[in-house]
Design a protein. Structure first.
Length: 298
């Protein structure tokens, strides 16, 4: 199938109490259960000042000084580079065992072709660098790749269930063919604005003190159809980043039944919950895609 473009090696933190199931606190529906409080220890990378591939060290993404390219068997000229990555362990709340891993971040098309699909591959390594297991990750429920043009950067969101015990995790984003039917075109964001709000958690999901406040985000704006044809099946993505460029909130709004004529606008409103309550907002991005609505009159 496909060859790797860039890789990430991830080390799990020993313990982190900042993960919070905020979707249960303010009634929003997130497409994955976010974990809170405890993370199983999968080892840590220490004393590393230089890396050969993009590596997460103590929660920070360290990029290599030189990254070698690789051949690609997917779409002609399409290549993917990892801009950032954020690991979210998904845990069973009763057993407190990790049941899945969610990886969210930004990817960039560094080639000349259009990326219409990705096939994420994960390799679990021990402390000596030996492969313990390999898995194919899935696109997280609700996330799709609509098309990434040359030089464009957009969000990715993938998940893998039942991760084995390991010290490092290597993430490979392969270019693949689109999984959906029909081609999507990127639409123009006519306007956008961000509002930062604060919620207070109480009860079992709060901190030891009984209450805990956290910020969440509302992105509003409008999309304009700049194409010469009407568009349907519109999806609007919004994601929030910290000052290091790490994505820590992502949400979408779909308009499967709206038909938007050329030059017409469509309003959107998206609520985003943080994957961790200690993240600090710095910037946000919005992107939208739609499918040309063509009727064959012959």
């Amino acid at each position: 199938m496909l060859n790797l473009k860039r890789q990430l090696i991830v080390s799990w933190p020993r313990q982190n109490k900042k993960y919070l199931l905020v979707s249960l606190l303010i009634g929003f529906a997130l497409t994955v259960g976010v974990v809170h409080w405890r993370v199983r220890n999968f080892g840590a990378v220490r004393g590393v000042s230089d890396v050969a591939v993009p590596t997460i060290i103590n929660g920070n993404l360290v990029l290599p000084k030189v990254t070698a390219g690789a051949s690609n068997l997917g779409s002609v000229g399409a290549k993917l580079g990892v801009v950032s990555a954020n690991l979210v362990p998904v845990m069973d709340q009763q057993s407190q065992q990790v049941t899945a891993i969610r990886i969210i971040g930004e990817m960039q098309n560094t080639g000349t072709g259009v990326v219409t699909g990705i096939s994420p591959q994960l390799r679990f390594l021990d402390s000596a660098g030996n492969v313990v297991a390999q898995k194919i990750a899935d696109l997280t429920t609700g996330y799709s790749v609509f098309g990434v043009g040359p030089g464009e950067t957009t969000v990715y969101d993938v998940s893998v269930p039942n991760p084995p015990s390991s010290d490092k995790l290597e993430i490979i984003l392969n270019v693949s063919q689109a999984s959906g039917s029909g081609a999507f075109d990127e639409l123009k964001i006519a306007s956008r604005s961000m509002e930062v709000k604060t919620a207070v958690a109480q009860g079992a999901a709060a901190s030891e003190s009984g209450t805990q406040s956290f910020d969440y985000y509302t992105v509003t704006g409008s999309v304009i159809n700049v194409l010469s044809d009407p568009v349907s099946d519109i999806s609007v993505y919004a994601w929030v980043k910290d000052e290091a460029g790490k994505v820590f909130a992502f949400a979408k709004q779909d308009f499967p039944n709206d038909l938007v004529s050329p030059r017409e606008k469509l309003d959107f409103r998206i609520n985003l919950l943080p994957l961790r309550t200690d993240e600090k907002y710095d910037s946000y991005e919005v992107a939208a895609w739609g499918k040309r609505y063509l009727i064959d009159l012959k």
